[in-house]
Ligand binder design. Structure first.
Ligand code: AMP
Length: 211
């Protein structure tokens, strides 16, 4: 089973992707994670991510094409953060057709933009062990310190409120049209992302279990 997760930054795509991977054995493919790894050695990507800007389509499609050549995707995959523009979606359709891969479901996790801002701008991460917190929803035991290694927590540059608002503007312009694109293809499932993590997971699982 191959799926796509759509939704604005802060909708919980990454969290749900990990949970679905664990529960259903599909591979969680997050282009955000791939580029966060790439930014360590690529200055251009590093700057684009820091500013909340999109990586150019040709680079993104190339990364996905390469990733889909790996054996593990045969167990099924769940794309998170891709496609993100109409152009990526159209190019991806060609890749899928050439390789005879079918997308079974596209989930659109819907959440209000102000909720996205609250969720992302409150995020803090431990630079040492990578554990993340939320200042209100899941605060560390001691303010600003990691529960596990006591390091000072930091806010990712692209999680700062001004950058989050830029990311949401980019989402509205480039990614929101994808909902209609996949609606026309008849494969979209609406998920109410305003609910808690577990509820959202249940909404998604319902559709995966019957397949
Ligand atoms: P995410 O974690 O999905 O929000 O992605 C983090 C960052 O990686 C984005 O702000 C972009 O700079 C880059 N990125 C991830 N996926 C894509 C994509 N499909 N197209 C363009 N840029 C992307």
């Amino acid at each position: 089973m191959n799926c796509i997760l759509l939704g604005p930054p802060g909708a919980g795509k990454g969290t749900q992707g990990k949970k679905i991977e664990e529960a259903f054995g599909v591979v969680h493919l997050s282009t955000g994670d791939m580029f966060r790894e790439a930014r360590k050695s690529d200055k251009v990507v590093d700057e684009l991510i820091a500013l909340g800007q999109l990586v150019p389509d040709d680079i993104v499609v190339d990364v996905i094409k390469k990733r889909l050549q790996k054996e593990d995707i045969k167990k099924g995959f769940l794309l998170d953060g891709f496609p993100r523009t109409l152009n990526q979606a159209k190019e991806f359709d060609v890749v899928l057709e050439t390789r005879q891969i079918k997308i079974d479901l596209v989930f659109f996790i819907d959440v209000h933009f102000e909720e996205s801002v609250k969720r992302i701008a409150g995020r803090r991460v431990c630079p040492s062990c990578g554990v993340s917190y939320h200042v209100i929803a899941t605060p560390p035991k001691v303010p600003d310190k990691c529960d596990f290694c006591c390091n000072l927590l930091v806010q990712r540059n692209d999680d700062r409120e001004s950058i989050v608002r830029d990311r949401l503007k980019i989402y509205r312009k480039h990614s929101e049209p994808l909902v209609d694109y996949y609606k026309r293809a008849g494969s979209i499932v609406y998920i109410d992302g305003s609910k808690g993590e577990l509820d959202v997971f249940k909404q998604i699982s319902k559709h995966l279990e019957i397949r």
